[in-house]
Design a protein around this ligand. Structure first.
Ligand code: SF4
Ligand code: SF4
Length: 247
């Protein structure tokens, strides 16, 4: 089962990103296989602590790989992204449920009650305002974690935010930011990390798919114990379909 699902993912990945070159695609495939194999038993064990630790390691792993890639010249370094530049944080964010879970737990651990209530209100307003906004359009409201142009949850932000590296900031201001000239290597790698963490949930038996980051956060912030209910298959995070190029 693991092999079949991972194989299907690998086939679609090669189809979409084959033009980047076999070496980088092969590397991405090995990464995704390693992530799936590490996470599946942890999801199956329904043990939140080790699962979150492993997800944090995957997020840090992506960062380490891209930093090393930039140092060694494998990844481009002529991008326009700078601290304080946050026009990109007005598009919908697609991630795996585990990525949203990491952020929800981070918020729980770092924000006092009033701060969490404030976030829940902001999420409600954002979800209401962006209902019907397409995945490739800018929304009028930014992500609630964008503060003074910087990401408040930088160390746990989803993979897609990490891979959203624009080679031309002017593109980011356009009404349809899907035409941005991205650094495709990083974008592909971010997609692979994200998708692998979702695949691990599927392989472990959870009925899930990629999710809307803000909707998933709302899900994980509500109810009495949404995390356990989700891990035990009693509740489902609302999923988005047909938005992921490799999905
Ligand atoms: S993706 Fe665009 S808007 Fe976002 S930080 Fe980079 S240059 Fe700025
Ligand atoms: S999580 Fe951070 S980087 Fe991602 S959209 Fe929100 S503010 Fe931007």
């Amino acid at each position: 089962m693991i092999d079949e699902q991972v194989h299907r993912f690998h086939e679609s990945l090669t189809g979409v990103y084959g033009h980047l070159g076999q070496d980088i695609v092969d590397f991405a495939l090995r990464v995704s296989e390693a992530i799936v194999k590490e996470l599946v038993p942890l999801v199956e064990a329904r043990d939140k602590g080790p699962l979150l630790a492993s997800m944090r390691a995957a997020l840090d792993g992506y960062e380490a790989i891209t930093q090393e890639g930039e140092r060694s010249g494998v990844f481009r370094d002529d991008y326009d992204c700078r601290e304080g530049c946050g026009h990109c944080c007005c598009v919908k964010v697609v991630c795996s449920p585990l990525e949203a879970l990491v952020v929800a737990e981070h918020v729980r651990a770092t924000r006092p009650n009033e701060g969490r209530a404030q976030l829940e209100r902001a999420l409600g307003v954002l979800l209401q305002a962006t209902r019907g906004v397409r995945w490739d359009e800018r929304a009028e409201l930014p992500c609630p974690f964008l503060l003074d142009g910087a990401c408040e949850i930088y160390e746990v932000r989803p993979f897609v935010c990490r891979g959203y590296i624009s080679l031309n900031v002017q593109d980011c201001l356009a009404p349809r930011p899907n035409f941005i000239s991205f650094d495709e290597d990083r974008q592909m790698l971010a997609e692979v990390f994200s998708h692998a963490t979702m695949l691990a949930c599927q392989v472990a038996g959870l009925e899930t798919d990629m999710v809307d980051f803000h909707e998933a956060l709302e899900f994980f912030s509500g109810g009495s114990d949404p995390v356990t209910a989700w891990l035990e298959g009693h509740a489902r995070v609302p999923v988005v379909r047909a938005v992921n190029k490799t999905g």
